[in-house]
Design a protein around this ligand. Structure first.
Ligand code: ADP
Length: 202
């Protein structure tokens, strides 16, 4: 299965919602956030290196990453953030490739929140699909989901690529600006396109 789609979009744009709909069509979904989470669960592959490099105070009683503590440590400290990413990114990459080897379906779809920000992913995928939604709606959705306030959500968004940067990198755009019923026809069309590109060996 050589043909792969990289699904991306800003926080709250609807990546998970959209990925679930592609999965229902049979696409083989590989979610990098989920992989990152598994790597930092109890006995996760990233935990020994995190304990070694950051200290055991970052390990919760159950052996998982103490996420709140690590967030506080890396927030606003680019060097520490880089150090954590140097542990996680190669492991995420290798777990993704392992999952890709075992995946079954007409094509692969990697869900990568920071795809546009990362050079490697842009080269890894055959096609980039951006889930697009207006920023005020993004803020509203994340606030409703997470309990963060608007300033906090805007701070996360400011650390991501802009809407314009993402759209400029897109091969395909899926508009998630309305109610969820507007998604289905767009997903049907893109799924058919990806199946035909995969079959053509694109
Ligand atoms: P992401 O994975 O990009 O962060 P999600 O798919 O989790 O985004 O969507 C963010 C939130 O907005 C979720 O709570 C989701 O249920 C909701 N949501 C997404 N798309 C829509 C939509 N079209 N209509 C209403 N709610 C939506």
């Amino acid at each position: 299965m050589a043909f792969s789609v990289g699904l991306t979009g800003g926080i709250g744009s609807g990546k998970t919602t959209v990925a679930n709909m592609f999965a229902a069509h049979g696409a083989a979904i590989i979610d990098t956030d989920q992989i990152a989470h598994e790597l930092t669960m109890p006995a996760g592959f990233a935990m020994p290196a995190i304990a070694r490099q950051f200290g055991t105070e970052f390990i919760a009683a159950d052996g998982a990453l103490d996420r709140a503590r690590m967030r506080a440590r890396v927030f606003g400290d680019p060097a520490e953030k880089k150090r954590l990413e140097a542990i996680l990114h190669p492991l995420i990459k290798s777990e993704c490739e392992r999952a890709a080897q075992h995946a079954r379906g007409p094509y692969l779809m990697f869900v990568v929140p920071l795809l546009v920000e990362s050079g490697n992913w842009k080269e890894r995928v055959s096609r980039i699909l951006v889930v697009d939604c207006p920023e005020p709606l993004q803020v509203q959705r994340v606030m409703a989901r997470s309990g963060l306030d608007e300033v906090q959500v805007r701070a996360i968004m400011a650390a991501q690529a802009t809407r314009a940067q993402r759209l400029a990198a897109a091969d395909d755009i899926l508009s998630n600006a309305g109610d969820a019923t507007a998604l289905a026809p767009q997903i049907d069309r893109l799924h058919a396109l990806y199946c035909s590109l995969a079959q053509a060996g694109a």
